[in-house]
Design a protein around this ligand. Structure first.
Ligand SMILES: [Fe+2]
Length: 411
């Protein structure tokens, strides 16, 4: 860790605005991004909290937004006194930019609790800001148990996001299962939606995995989103172990064919679905995936739905389930003995048990409004995987249990 900088340092003080107080959000849950500058009247360098994404057994990726050209680095500390600082990017630069800074942290120990902090320095070297310390725990592939939470289809509904943030407990990871936005009609929408959703610091105590929903790929500026969302392998499909759980995150693309006129020629998801099918064949043979007690897919659009009638895309038709994705992935997922597909998209919570034709359960979360929203709490240990789907008023919508190596059932 570097010694204290001689430069003027500014620390976020978590300023409380009238707007956030009026929203009913408690000051303790507010982000620290609305920086109050100590001893200076200039605008803060940083624009959002430090977002901790793509946790791994040996690290994570940090992402945060800035107001001007800056350089960034991440400092970390563990309870055993070890500490360090991460900054070089893959091309030997200190991470820098005038919009978003990203730092990939490597070399941490699995299953270990850390405190991490962003240090942001102006390009002219005259100002430096340090973020508040955030708690972070690396994943542990060998742990006996794991816990996770799932959000979906928040669609920039800030009342829902704020309630999810205050209700959802700390966990090994938060999986935001698509449709963070409506349409990316302006590039200005991306930073507040992805890095400061509902003005909340959503990754405190629960590092973030994200999957892409059909609205996340919609609009002329959707191509910018990958520059602000980290995944373990820099692709929108990836796999990881957390204790006994093997998770596969997939990109189901749009809910209409690629050549639909509303997409303006911007998308090529049939090719991406095929690439994911090839990747699944190789990935699911890896021992840590093949031998996991629990095998779950997270993807925005369900692979099954109650009504799978043919859609007229020339009118108002759209896919409630992704038949194109299922056609590409069903066989390889069944060979893997996938137990559960966890999705959103339909805006109504649902549970479709496994059948002879589809030997995997399909679990679906709710919609964007506070009365339609749900969140999922998952826990897995030696005896079972359980996912409880709750409304924002804590009403339990579904409870699904999976025995190790077995099919799913509702209780
Ligand atoms: Fe949605």
């Amino acid at each position: 860790m570097k010694p204290p900088s001689p430069l003027p340092r500014r620390r976020f003080l978590g300023a409380v605005t009238l707007g956030t107080l009026a929203s009913g959000l408690s000051p303790a849950s507010l982000s620290s991004a609305q920086a109050q500058t100590a001893g200076s009247s200039t605008a803060p360098l940083t624009r959002t909290p430090l977002s901790l994404m793509a946790p791994r057994p040996d690290g994570f990726e940090a992402v945060w937004a800035v107001n001007t050209l800056c350089q960034g680095r991440i400092a970390w500390e563990a309870d055993d006194g070890t500490r360090g600082s991460a900054s070089p990017d893959a091309f030997g630069f200190v991470p820098q930019g005038s919009s978003v800074l990203r730092v990939r942290v490597n070399g941490l120990k699995p299953g270990t609790q850390y405190r991490v902090q962003a240090i942001t320095r102006s390009a002219d070297g005259k100002t430096e800001e340090t973020s508040v310390w955030k708690s972070f725990r690396t994943l542990d592939t060998k742990a006996a148990s794991t816990s996770f939470v799932v959000w979906n289809d928040t669609h920039v509904n800030n009342a829902t996001i704020q309630k999810l943030h205050t209700t959802t407990p700390a966990a090994d990871f938060l999986l935001w299962n698509g449709d963070t936005c409506n349409d990316w009609t302006s590039e200005d929408l991306l930073i507040p939606t992805l890095l400061h959703p509902g003005q909340c610091d959503i990754t405190e105590g629960r590092p973030l995995f994200m999957t892409w929903g059909n609205h996340d790929v919609r609009g002329r500026h959707a191509y910018v989103m990958p520059s602000m969302v980290a995944t373990p392998n820099h692709r929108p499909f990836y796999a990881f172990r957390s204790g006994p759980l093997a998770a596969v995150c997939l990109h189901t693309g749009e809910d209409k064919p690629d050549d639909h006129p509303s997409f303006g020629g911007r998308v090529a998801f049939d090719a991406l679905r095929h690439e994911q099918a090839v990747w699944l064949e190789e990935t699911l043979r890896r021992p840590e995936m093949r031998e996991a007690p629990y095998r779950v897919v997270f993807c925005h659009i369900p692979l099954r739905w109650k009504d799978e009638s043919v859609q007229d895309y020339s009118k108002t038709g759209f896919d409630r389930h992704s038949g194109r994705s299922r056609a590409a992935w069903h066989d390889v997922l069944v060979r893997w003995r996938v137990q559960l597909i966890v999705s959103g998209h339909t805006h109504q919570p649902a549970w479709l048990p496994a059948t002879r034709e589809f030997p995997y359960g399909q679990l679906i979360g709710g919609g964007p409004s506070p009365t339609a929203a749900t969140w999922m709490q998952g826990t897995a240990d030696r005896s079972r995987l359980e996912i409880v789907v709750r409304a924002l008023d804590s009403t339990v919508k579904h409870t699904v249990q999976v025995a190790p190596g077995r099919r799913t059932r509702a209780v």
